[in-house]
Write a new protein. Structure first.
Length: 294
């Protein structure tokens, strides 16, 4: 039985990559659902799947985050993982879909939950913006801020894995991209531009491009509605499986869940210091090599 993956809004549910990829459960916003109903809905998910992993963007309203913690507390369940991510909205949707892919593999719920932090490093999430004047989630120089007020200026901004910002102009180099095979998903806002498909995709050697509706949170996250959001990602479940399975697994000293990395995905307990200093089975550099699969 797959572990249930849940998200905080319907626009974080991208179409499945294949017939085996399950959908995600959508947890309604606090203002649209009474607390008792939220508790009952999550209890049904636990009864059906055993474990629930909730992908929670760090940008969600405080009321949403409080609701998630309140429901988990009322259920007194250690089988609910709240996985927070700093990825922008479209990148978060990609991450949620990758966890959906992994949920049907032979990984334990703890490994799937803790894999989110690993997978986020392989999602190149960014946007083309008509202005960076109100962008506060990615480092922007004063000079770029001033240029952000210029009519017609456009910027390519990468939020992660390494923040980058370049002004789009003839001959300008796009942000440094992935060194492994990816696909690209686009979500168009109010900005009219073909730069992601005409320039970025060829330079990043993207294998395929899909389009998705723009998440409702994207204009607030990026500081403008004049944008085209994009995310390059590893689409192949075989590569994702190899990436996750190559990392040494630990057992949480607090809740006894299995996990990878330096923190339990369910209770957030860190890896004990002694274990954290031991060599890992695979370094970050080796991960990148493992991801370079055609």
């Amino acid at each position: 039985m797959p572990t249930a993956i849940a998200v905080t809004s319907a626009d974080l549910v991208l179409p499945p990559t294949d017939q085996q990829t399950p959908t995600a459960a959508v947890l309604p916003a606090p203002e649209t659902q009474p607390l008792a109903s939220a508790v009952a809905d999550l209890q049904l998910l636990l009864d059906r799947y055993g474990y629930v992993i909730v992908v929670c963007p760090s940008s969600v309203p405080t009321a949403t985050e409080r609701r998630l913690y309140a429901v988990r507390s009322l259920l007194e369940s250690d089988r609910i993982a709240l996985v927070k991510t700093d990825l922008p909205p479209l990148g978060t949707a990609v991450l949620a879909r990758q966890l959906r892919q992994l949920s049907v593999c032979d990984f334990s719920p703890g490994v799937v939950a803790s894999a989110a932090r690993l997978l986020a490093h392989y999602i190149y999430a960014g946007a083309v913006l008509g202005s960076v004047a109100k962008l506060d989630r990615v480092p922007v120089s004063l000079k770029s801020h001033l240029k952000g007020w210029m009519p017609g200026a456009q910027f390519a901004v990468l939020a992660g894995p390494v923040p980058q910002l370049v002004r789009i102009a003839p001959g300008a180099e796009p942000p440094a991209g992935p060194e492994f095979a990816t696909q690209l998903v686009l979500a168009r806002g109010q900005l009219q531009t073909e730069w992601p498909t005409a320039t970025l995709a060829p330079r990043w050697q993207v294998q395929a491009v899909q389009e998705a509706p723009l998440p409702a949170e994207s204009p607030r996250w990026w500081g403008t509605g004049r944008l085209v959001e994009f995310a390059a990602y590893l689409p192949d479940i075989a590569v994702l499986y190899q990436l996750v399975s190559s990392v040494r697994r630990e057992t949480c000293h607090w809740c006894r869940m299995e996990f990878i990395g330096d923190r339990c995905g369910f209770c957030s307990a860190p890896l004990p210091t002694a274990a954290a200093t031991e060599p890992r089975a695979l370094t970050a550099g080796n991960h990148a090599s493992a991801a370079r699969v055609p």
